[in-house]
Ligand binder design. Sequence first.
Ligand code: CP3
Length: 343
Amino acid sequence: MPFLDACRSQKSTRVPVWYMRQAGRYQPEYREIRKNYSLLEICERPELCAQVTSLPVAQLGVDAAILFSDIMVPVGPMGVNFEIVEGRGPVVEHPLRTRQDVDALHGFDVHEALPHVLETIERVKDTVAVPLIGFAGAPFTLASYMIEGGPSRDYLHTKAMMYGEPDVFANLMEKLSEMVIYYLRAQITAGADAVQVFDSWAGSLSPKDYETHILPHMQRIFHALSEEEAPSIYFGVGTGELLPQFKTLKANVIGVDWRVSIRAARERVSQAHAIQGNLDPALLLAPFDVLKARAAEILTEGMEKPGFIFNLGHGVFPTASMDTLRRLTEFVHEFSEARLTSS
Ligand code: CP3
């Protein structure tokens, strides 16, 4: 399996490829389903959710499926009410601002609270031939939605709590870390072949603040996950300057965006880490020749060592074209097979 081999930094005959947000509004079939069901309603219907998860594998020929869900899904059963607002993202009813708000968060039994997530994984495993990636949001990125109350540009409330009430913030990070470990283990037991932890907004932190307030929690999470057979991936946006901090993380793969080159990313993380990334999704709108040339550059650097997974630097956006993604997938496979099987 090229995807799992690459996660473990083992040689394979081609560079595996999948796309963050490969299931979503750029697909006519997804838009059709969304006419009748909200995002969370899809997640609650295992048969439908498994279908949405599988669709991009059949349509694009990617090397992995990713569970269709949202990072906010497990936050609900901790006691936080939220909605996913079209075109905006998660919006929380009562943002967490005080010690009492954080103290009130509680654990849950995933089999009781989120049985549909586990059933979706089981169904996908029965029908899809490629590995399935489970996922969770990282504590900082989840906390940013829970504290701000919605998407944010500057994370002022989140940082105010981190600086002003570091023990309250640490308590929140601890509760979320415990949830992430528990939730991802349950996904692996249900059949997930790999897990990705999305720390999308960690890049808003200075290396020093990351080291003090976030790193110990991420160390704990990836230490726990390293005991599982399934490899783990850690992804964030704008993390170029944080990569040296990731050296000590026992994740198998570090995912990066386009603001750092694959070669530079490799030099900054541990020798043991595989790399995933990092095409700017905006290039999906460029003429195909331009897109291809950029993909070739990324692949050339990626193939300098075993342990590379081709992906975008962030998610597919709604106006992307399915045909472009299909041709890109084909190009990644052909370009890498030609080089990896001739040497
Ligand atoms: O195909 C896949 O990648 C799996 C599905 C997936 C979704 N959300 C479905 C979704 C995954 C992996 C996520 C993770 C997620 N959710 C992250 C981390 C990844 C990242 O993009 O940084 C974050 C930050 C969220 C929070 C969130 N949920 C945002 C910012 C938005 C976008 C708002 C918008 O409308 O553009 C959502 C909504 C969401 N989650 C959509 C999808 C397909 C789009 C809205 C919809 O279909 O209604």
